[in-house]
Design a protein around this ligand. Sequence first.
Ligand SMILES: Cc1cc2nc3c(=O)[nH]c(=O)nc-3n(C[C@H](O)[C@H](O)[C@H](O)COP(=O)(O)OP(=O)(O)OC[C@H]3O[C@@H](n4cnc5c(N)ncnc54)[C@H](O)[C@@H]3O)c2cc1C
Length: 424
Amino acid sequence: MSPTNRTSLAIVGAGPAGLTLAQFLRLKGYSAATLIEQADRVGGKSDSLDLGDIVAEMGTCYATGAHKDVVGWMKRQGGDLRILRKTTIDGAGLKDYIGDAGGPPLGAQVLSYLAKRDRLLKQLKRTPDKPSLLAEAAMPTDAWLAENKLPKMTRLMYRAITSLGYGYLNEVSIYQSMQWVDHHTILSGATGKLIMPAAGWSDFWNVLSQNFDVRLSSSILKIERSGQDSLLHFKDGTQLAAGALACTIPMDNWASLVNNPTADETAVAGAITWKGYATSLIVVENWFTSEDIRSFSKAFLPGSYPGQLISARYEGYSPDFGGHLYVTGQIPGDYTLPELRIFLERDLADLGASLVNVVNAKTWRYFPHYDLKAISAGLLGTMRGMQGQAGTWYTGATFSHESVANVSRFNKALTPALLARLKG
Ligand SMILES: Cc1cc2nc3c(=O)[nH]c(=O)nc-3n(C[C@H](O)[C@H](O)[C@H](O)COP(=O)(O)OP(=O)(O)OC[C@H]3O[C@@H](n4cnc5c(N)ncnc54)[C@H](O)[C@@H]3O)c2cc1C
């Protein structure tokens, strides 16, 4: 980078949000964006470990019907897709687990949930400040489902929300649960159709990123927003002028980079707590091999606590690593990785299996949890209304949901307004 150069759009972050935004813009004829990435690789929370015969995903794993555009791009890249075989809860089918709960048949509960979801989200768009709607959106997921007499949907949410590490149903607002649990998620759960790029998500993002001007290992010192252009200052002493900015990174990080955070940026940064998710790639003896994913209901039912083994994915047998490989998930709470390993060993022993080796483990900054009181006080309207303020556009997991499908769909919807501003 020369000491100062210029781009019409600087996209900060080259994770799924930055890359899918650049891709939607490119598909509409705009290819002038510059992506600024602090890491030495693209892909953000996608992290594929290539172990030879096996590619183990430590981060992003599955695509569903909701990932239509992303899966389309995977197919166009020509890579093979791995279709998963079977998902269970405690070794039994999802339908049995959900069916055990009371109330009307599952189909009726799903339709009732989808109709209520549709109503709430549409009304929130039409009248974003209406206190009764905000109070409903801020209800904890379990309380909303109980009030609406949907016990089978509560079980489905345990699987779709808690077992994916998004949090316990008494903590996550129904609004955030609704961002993820739509007809696509429910259908994918019912059909069990989950897709993974066989060469790994990291490979997919790497190939996609070759279409763009991506500046890796770029540490931003500060962003000056004043006048026509914003000026990004980098730790290596260089600068980049930008006609517009797209923020895909957590708002607290963003607010500490810009010289003049707006009131809305400060409000959003203060209303969000990043939770965690821990994944471990382990070798286990005497565990399941005839299914791909197993979740463990003990870890997401009321009374469960952080650290418990919540799910595991069978990755295959590796002679090099001396056994069957699995990627497990745990909600870490305040526990460190060595402490989480003790929980893992205990839970495996309870299941009759034994931990042989930990190949890799990491804790992710995961799931931007909206404060329930802030939702009641109008956070959602603030997040919608701030687009384009101070020459800045906001996207990523904070503004859509912690999933590639949501991030990508959000960007698709954002693209026309952003393009109009870039051309205007
Ligand atoms: C274990 C795990 C499993 C998951 N499974 C799935 C799944 O099955 N399906 C699915 O759809 N999603 C899944 N996800 C979620 C999905 O990976 C995330 O929602 C997605 O990565 C969010 O994309 P993002 O671009 O908003 O954020 P990130 O992926 O966090 O990317 C942000 C990028 O910005 C960069 N950055 C941060 N600060 C700066 C800065 N100051 N300057 C420059 N760059 C910066 C980061 O280095 C990073 O590359 C999973 C995530 C994890 C952790």
